[in-house]
Design a protein around this ligand. Structure first.
Ligand code: 5AD
Ligand code: SF4
Length: 434
């Protein structure tokens, strides 16, 4: 039986798709990248905001046509939309055959086989223990960089966020299985590992905390670059900063979602820090690791956000000047505390105009941060040939900046010293030091 898998959403979903591939391939299913050849089409979905959700529903309508042409074709939704809407999805999408949540992928082969009886199947339970410990991800990885999920779920319950409901409570993974996966990736020729978790620095296994795990990984695969995301601001400890500073193979980049620059809004969001505390965390990071990059997630138009709150966000962004940010307008998600108890009272047009304002501001900050590299010499991992011009290579420095430089005999996957000559709004331009 041939399966076709399409992935939406965050890195965690990309990783989960690898897990799904691994499970299905092991059970004798065959992967196809041609939708028309598939016997079952699976969409690994995201429900964090309204926009990705709409995109998925539109895609499903298109895929429905294939079902009309090929009667035996099955269609399944897996991932966050499955646990968000549960069996309501069958009511909404009559042509759907399967709904499976993020903690039930091991059951997928069995569930798919049951579909042969023309029955619809659903499993959206959230297991307290599912960590996919012994499954080596497979299938959709590409490039030099690989994800490793070290914890799943989230216990923070920010009032706007659906994640704790769609992915369940925090579950950290056994460090031995993480180290085994790191070594395997190294043997396979990968150059970089990205440790993933909704709340990566909340990792906790018996007595082992995140900074201890990070140190173990850095020592186990000293020739691999290690990145990690997403960090919860108040979980950045001195111990963690010391480990990041000590090991040259740990990248000097922190993804720290601010969400809002107004303490009043942060408190309504049930974030565990005030704006002043966030600024102190940034100060502490920069004191220990001055040449690091800090990125963020910022939201506009959360419940009751006033113009004064928005100006506070602008003020804080101007103070910090993040290297880059992912920015969103707030969309109310059914099931969250904010959906039930707070008023989604900022007009959509205002959410959008505030969003556009912070996007413009962030662009200028990203440019400012990139320009700070001009004249420096940086170690770059060559990742490939530039899509714009074949005469150039592109790669990244340890801060996650993209650098483009003239191609020479150096191999893709090697580390080279590059002098930074200039900067565009998004990319650094340099030359390899002989
Ligand atoms: N509306 C808009 N953005 C959201 N995010 C999470 N939930 C919502 C929502 N309901 C954003 C947050 C989070 C990122 C992954 O997505 O900024 O950090
Ligand atoms: Fe959602 Fe907050 Fe957990 Fe991030 S920390 S996944 S925003 S609940």
């Amino acid at each position: 039986m041939k399966f076709y898998l399409e992935t939406y959403g965050c890195q965690m979903n990309i990783y989960d798709s690898e897990i799904i591939c691994s499970i299905l391939l092991k059970s004798g299913f065959i992967k196809t990248s041609n939708l028309k050849k598939a016997d079952i089409i699976l969409l690994n979905t995201c429900s964090i905001r309204e926009k990705p959700e709409k995109k998925i529903f539109n895609r499903l309508i298109k895929i429905k046509c294939f079902k009309k042409k090929k009667k035996q074709l099955k269609l399944g939704i897996v991932g966050c939309l499955a646990t968000h809407y549960k069996k309501k999805l069958f009511e909404k999408l009559k042509f759907l055959d399967l709904i499976v949540g993020p903690d039930s992928y091991k059951q997928l082969p069995e569930i798919i086989n049951k579909l042969k009886n023309n029955k619809k199947e659903i499993d959206v339970s959230l297991a307290k223990k599912e960590r996919y410990t012994n499954i080596i991800p497979n299938g959709v990885r590409h490039g030099l960089s690989a994800f490793i999920s070290i914890m799943r779920g989230c216990d923070n319950l920010c009032t706007f966020c659906i994640v704790p409901y769609t992915r369940g409570r925090e579950k950290s993974r056994n460090p031995n299985s993480i180290l085994k996966e790191c070594k395997l990736l190294y043997k396979k020729g990968y150059k970089e590992i990205i440790l993933l978790g909704q709340n990566v620095d909340a990792y906790f296994w018996k007595k082992m905390k995140f900074f201890q795990l990070l140190e173990l990984i850095a020592k186990t695969v000293p020739l691999m670059r290690i990145r990690f995301l997403t960090s919860y601001p108040s979980n950045i400890t001195k111990n963690l900063l010391k480990v990041v500073k000590k090991y040259t193979n740990i990248c000097k980049h922190f993804h720290l979602p601010l969400q809002s620059g107004s303490t009043r809004i942060l408190s309504l969001m049930r974030r565990k820090y005030t704006v002043e505390e966030f600024l102190l965390i940034i100060k502490r990071i920069k004191k220990i690791i001055p040449d690091c990059s800090i990125s963020s997630d910022i939201m506009t138009g959360f419940c009751t956000e006033t113009q004064a709150d928005h100006r506070e966000t602008i003020r804080i962004m101007n103070l910090i000047k993040f290297n880059f940010s992912f920015m969103f307008k707030y969309s109310s998600r059914q099931g969250t505390y904010a959906y039930r108890k707070l008023k989604d009272n900022v007009p959509n047009s205002l959410k959008i105009s505030r969003l556009n304002e912070i996007i413009r501001l962030q662009k200028s900050h990203s440019f400012y941060r990139l320009k700070q590299n001009i004249g420096t010499i940086q170690e770059v991992l060559i990742e490939g040939i530039s899509k714009q011009d074949e005469k150039y290579y592109y790669g990244r420095n340890y801060k996650n900046d993209i650098i483009v430089f003239t191609k020479n005999k150096s191999k893709i996957g090697s580390y080279k010293k590059v002098k930074i000559l200039k900067s565009t709004f998004t990319t650094l331009i340099g030359e390899i030091i002989p």
